[in-house]
Design a protein around this ligand. Sequence first.
Ligand code: GFB
Length: 309
Amino acid sequence: MEKQAKIYVAGHKGLVGSAIVRRLEQEGYKNFLFRSSKEVDLTNQVETQKLFETEKPDYVFVAAAKVGGILANNSYPAQFIYENLIMESNIIHAAYQNEVKKLLFLGSSCIYPKMALQPLNEEYLLTGPLEPTNEWYAIAKIAGIKLCQAYRRQYGCNFISVMPTNLYGPNDNFDMETSHVLPALIRKFHEAKHKGDTSVSVWGSGTPRREFLFVDDLADACCFVMDQYEGEQIVNIGTGTDITIADLAAIIAEITGFVGKIVYDASKPDGTPVKRLDVTKLSNLGWKATTSLRDGLAETYQWYVSQTK
Ligand code: GFB
């Protein structure tokens, strides 16, 4: 990407979008296009087309999405499938019509079959049934991948897709009901410590395994891939290592200083038993994650505390 190029980061206020902006600013990029959802409703085709027609961005990062943790995905299937399908369709089609030079679409590791072999290789896409708690979101994200591939095949658009693993970091959603596990546990342990509670409830059995990537590492990988990769095939972005929810909870308890008991709530779903990405493709391209889980957690906790003051 040329330093003067106009870069549209769709979803610039969110966890992923804000990290991509931080990374691009560090690299010296200044010519950004930002629009909040109040200014431009990306679920509205006319508004999205008008934005692209008037602003003519050169490069696009598609970080705008309806996202949430296991319970939100399971509780609001219509919103998860509809909002994601329509936003990505509007953005990708407008990018094609307005000759965007390159577009990067962000998917998710939940696009892989629930019982796929681990680690999850890019080739396992569409080889088996999805995890039921998030199949609505996953189907929408798979459609996004397919849109990029189809526009590349038919129109020659340079549109690529990356599949990040579970992400965390500053600007995450810390709402107890709709967030992902890591911010939810940070908040639960922090509040329990301050209220003097003797126990904290962790959903499910604690046995599922997840891989967590610090969002600034993801942003670095997205910029790297934008520069270094062109092709129809999706690219996984992760650390390649996973941890049980029980072990994650123990580390978060330690970082937040909570010393009470951890109680497992079996009424809540476990979701996919294991989710760990095969990151061989990305490491062969020359990229590796650098932030350890403990360092990323400490930084995220610090950010969370600064927001609660
Ligand atoms: O992060 P999470 O909601 O997402 O849950 P998924 C991961 C695991 O942590 C599940 C457990 O086994 C949860 O039951 N968990 C324990 C908790 N305590 C909590 C808690 O307080 N809050 C939450 N949220 N979980 C999502 C998908 O799946 O991951 C999305 O639904 C997306 O589509 C996203 O792919 C990355 O990894 O299970």
